[in-house]
Ligand binder design. Sequence first.
Ligand SMILES: [Zn+2]
Length: 486
Amino acid sequence: MLSALLFAALCLPAEKPTPKVYVVLWFDTEDYVLPASDDAALWVADFLTKQKIRGTFKVVGEKARTLAARKRQDVIAALKQHEIGYHSDFHSVHPTPAMYLSNLDWDEGVEEFERREGQGWRDVERIFGQKPTCYGQPGSSWGPQSYGALARWNMIYLDSGSHVSLDGKPCYFAGVLNLYRLTHTIRADLNKPDELEKAFDRFSAARKELLAEGGGIVSIVYHPCEWVHRKFWDGVNFVKGTNPPREKWVLPPQKTAEETGLSKRIFADYIAYMQRFKDVEFITASQAAKLYADRSRNHKFTLADLRAVAARVGDGVTYQAHNGFTLSAAETFGLLNRLMAVPPEKAKAGQGPLPFSPLGPTSRLAMMSEAVTCDASQFTRTVQDVEAYIARHRRLPGTIWLGSVGVTPEAYLRTLAKVVLERLDGREIPANLTFQPTTLAAEKYVSADDPKLWGWVIFPPGFRAPAMMDLARRQAWTIKPALLQP
Ligand SMILES: [Zn+2]
């Protein structure tokens, strides 16, 4: 009998892994004004612990220090059962991140983000005894330079907003996993019991869609203070750019005990609805980072891979998705330039992964309105120069120098890819090379400066950040889909 069963099992076709819906449940834990919000955080954390669910609590630095100062060891201990993320040092005290980053270049912006947010990040780790795994900005106060600091701090981006979006799916941006504008970002309104059924339906529809795609992420965000307040703590203090001193901060209006009880019931019902599906799994930010780990980081690129990568480059530079790995445009650039920089006989062995994922250009781009030419000797020297630039600056140059003539990295990549194909076919570098003005198609995944980006009520009216969004759009060189591990 046993052997018959074993035989039957051996004859079954290899089982496909069942797709799953991963729910990232995250809480912006930020209200350091209203003491009742501490109790709300305690309730949420304890409730989830009882349900055997680990949430991700993105804690504001001042909130962590306030919990310690109020001697709320009970709240700290309850939150420690979950994963801790970071949500800026002071959240809404002006200037907020988008404002202080808006006029800075990349490197100064990364340093400034570390200068202003580093203390809170260290305090959150000290008070909770765990390294924050993710960051998300206060309100819509987003800036691309924060990604430079997050790469150093080894954190992922977890929030919702419109600044960067790759078809509503998890993506990499500036080398950081970005769970940002996800299609399936769903909440149940904690104040409207009549709309709970609609939230169930939205979740159910999202689940069906994700399962059909082979699995994916649902992102659900709340703020613990929502259980106890009628208005956000910062709206009553820092609205439209106002910045009163601490002694003038006022408490937001609070819900009644019945209203808080209702919000608790709605949340409990919403969680219970999701829990009844066997294919739904609650995960934290760091679990998402593992599920969406970048497979190109340890991929061995065969000659067939490299040929396929080079063949896909044309006008409209963008990311590439291949079987089992994805490459940002900057990574394609790095791989192909390295291939040209090594002697032809060495190139035949294929290529290991890049030592790091280069940033896009952070300097001003070369002006280029017509085609430029150079000879093979100049091209060969430029390839070596570009290789040294990337190794030194860990990013692409904004201007590629063909001797005294500068071309854009887009134009250079397009020609580089053609030359790589010639080399892989065993041919010499052509005697004369042409560089055509070329567009960065991936730019469409990063928003242009738009008043809608800056609609957060805390911003001073009329706030705009054209230079910063221009800097962000150059980092579209780094965007690529994050693939779910098989
Ligand atoms: Zn917030």
